[in-house]
Design a protein around this ligand. Structure first.
Ligand SMILES: Cc1cc2nc3c(=O)[nH]c(=O)nc-3n(C[C@H](O)[C@H](O)[C@H](O)COP(=O)(O)OP(=O)(O)OC[C@H]3O[C@@H](n4cnc5c(N)ncnc54)[C@H](O)[C@@H]3O)c2cc1C
Ligand code: SF4
Length: 547
């Protein structure tokens, strides 16, 4: 491998692709097409590589500080992106493709993608620049107006194109994932028998989503991670040094960083966890961060895996009798349904979506979201594993960290910044609708038909967290009252007139009407004390932590 990169002092340099000509010493060769590849576009089957000619074309990639700081990206998330990018670039170079690469720690690294593209365009003087259309609105706008005039190509990763989703929306008063999902099943012939869903119904939720018995999960099949190789180790060292104040830890890094790793992770899930996926999809358990989930969202979002192959692997497992239909249908609905649906919602609704704050929430994000240091056992578990692994499963995100932020009334943009920072799979097109829409109801009901508001009793039912907590999930007032339960009633009191218009809230509001005025006053007093930080660590912000 060429090592013409002047000025890199590291003795241990497994990854050493040429930078741009003026600093690498590699003589400039005329380039027809420069393919600019972003960190979440790691797919050589993408439209940017159609007709790629190794004799005349080149790849350009850049690690930039701005993408780790526009929200304070956790160390593990940044490391995953950088390591996956380096592996992608190295594999392309090993296959004989010409690759120019800027590393975060290059002495002349510029810091933003736009600047790096401008410099690469000037240095390599290609006839044209091509890239897959960025998945994030902010970057799409930057590159649509960039002086290098990149040709923005359709992202073929998704089964539903942006235009097709717009057609789905046209003429509908209300968007509901379930109807979209049925259309997608029919259109793509997935889990279909002629024109009918296999098993006679579209949805097997009634058979899924059980809690664990009191004895807990049966021994959970061990998750086979992907231990860091030399390239990843170098990235971990760089991230620890350059992003030392960023949240989270790198000690347990074992995420897939190559397509081969990602396929291995998919196979591991299908073989060992898919058969139990549906049963305990919503259950949580102390000290069990992984359970029966797939842990492949980061691989799909970086485009190391194609959703079609993930869906096909799950359907095949059912057809071969390896996994039951409720588990397989439940899993496929997450990808063919939810994942495609949120992608459509994002592109259909941006940029206005980002401003959504239907419940006028203004509280700051509690400081313990960045440390996990709280007496609330459920939050301590969910945040603790998030900072250690960059991972929590859907119900931990929705009904623990998301629910607390909803009930407390935290400013949606602060919550959005947190989710985008801390998860290895966090990219805005999927994170934002889940956070603003599903968890916080900040879009006024586009994603969810009602706010996912619940007391601590929901968490008690679906986990064993409350057994190890000093609070009582059934109590709404008093020193031991569960903060979720207190804040739930306070939330309903605060929003009752707006929520009264929603028939799906009628039972909850009927229960609220049974509270007498004395109880309401006691709830409000305790809610106020929670909001002002009573009993929890100071409400520091990430800005404080980074300063
Ligand atoms: C507040 C909040 C923020 C979220 N942020 C992200 C995010 O940044 N990135 C992300 O990929 N997912 C996000 N999700 C969705 C979901 O929680 C994760 O996709 C899932 O937990 C990833 O773990 P897994 O791969 O083990 O998923 P599994 O539970 O095994 O599910 C399989 C796959 O289905 C897809 N999926 C499941 N639920 C959803 C959903 N609601 N929306 C879109 N795709 C879904 C994912 O690709 C996932 O890998 C968020 C959910 C909430 C409530
Ligand atoms: S009692 Fe409340 S705060 Fe404690 S774990 Fe249960 S839900 Fe969470």
């Amino acid at each position: 491998m060429s090592s013409g990169t002047a000025g890199r002092s590291t003795a241990f340099a497994p990854f050493d692709l040429p930078g741009l000509p003026e600093r690498s010493g590699v003589p400039p060769k005329p380039i027809r097409r420069m393919v600019f590849v972003l960190g979440d576009q790691l797919d050589r089957r993408s439209a940017a590589f159609d007709d790629f000619d190794p004799a005349t074309d080149a790849i350009f990639m850049a690690e930039v500080m701005a993408e780790s700081t526009h929200v304070p990206s956790s160390k593990i998330r940044s490391a995953l992106f950088f390591s996956s990018m380096r592996h992608f670039a190295q594999a392309a170079a090993d296959d004989g493709l010409r690759v120019h690469y800027t590393r975060l720690d290059d002495p002349d690294a510029l810091g933003t993608l736009a600047e790096e593209l401008e410099r690469a365009h000037a240095a390599l003087a290609p006839t044209e620049v091509a890239m897959v259309s960025p998945g994030e609105w902010r970057l799409h706008e930057q590159f649509a107006q960039h002086p290098a005039r990149p040709r923005l190509l359709e992202d073929r990763h998704f089964l539903c194109s942006r235009a097709q989703f717009d057609r789905h929306v046209a003429g509908r008063k209300q968007l509901r994932m379930e109807y979209f999902y049925r259309e997608m099943r029919t259109l793509h012939g997935i889990l279909m028998d002629g024109g009918k869903p296999v098993g006679g119904k579209w949805n097997f939720d009634a058979e899924n989503r059980k809690a664990f018995p009191a004895s807990g999960p049966q021994p959970v099949p061990p998750r086979h991670g992907c231990p860091p190789d030399a390239i990843t180790l170098e990235v971990l060292t760089m991230v620890e040094c350059r992003l030392s104040a960023h949240p989270g830890s790198l000690d347990a890094f074992d995420w897939p960083v190559t397509r081969a790793h990602a396929l291995y992770a998919l196979g591991d899930f299908v073989a060992h966890r898919l058969p139990r996926f549906g049963d305990h999809q919503d259950a949580m358990w102390t000290g069990e961060p992984w359970l029966y989930h797939a842990h492949i969202a980061s691989s799909m979002n970086l485009k190391l895996l194609d959703p079609r192959e993930v869906i096909a692997a799950a359907e095949h497992a059912w057809r071969e009798g390896h996994a039951p239909l409720p588990a397989v249908e439940g899993f496929i609905r997450q990808i063919l349904g939810w994942r495609e649906f949120v992608h459509g919602v994002y592109w259909h609704s941006m940029p206005a979506y980002l401003q959504g704050n239907a419940l006028e929430a203004t509280e700051p994000l509690p400081g313990f979201y960045w440390t996990g240091s709280t007496e609330m056992a459920c939050l301590s578990q969910a945040i603790g594993q998030t900072l250690a692994h960059g991972y929590a499963h859907h119900i931990q995100r929705l009904m623990v960290t998301g629910l607390y932020a909803l009930l407390l009334g935290v400013d949606p943009r602060a919550v959005h910044a947190w989710y985008l920072s801390v998860y290895v799979d966090a990219v805005e097109w999927v994170e934002l609708p889940n956070t603003l829409g599903m968890a916080l109801y900040a879009d006024g009901g586009l994603m969810a038909s009602k706010p996912y508001a619940a007391t601590g009793k929901y968490i008690d039912r679906m986990s064993n967290y409350c057994k190890g907590c000093r609070f009582d999930p059934a109590a709404s007032v008093g020193d031991d009252a569960c903060p979720f339960t207190t804040l739930y009633w306070s939330f309903l009191l605060r929003h009752q007139s707006a929520l009264a218009k929603n028939p799906r809230m009628s039972l909850q509001l009927k229960n609220l009407s049974r509270l007498d005025s004395d109880m309401r006053a006691r709830i409000e007093a305790r809610a106020e004390s929670i909001r002002s930080g009573g009993g929890t660590p100071p409400q520091s912000t990430m800005k404080d932590l980074l300063s």
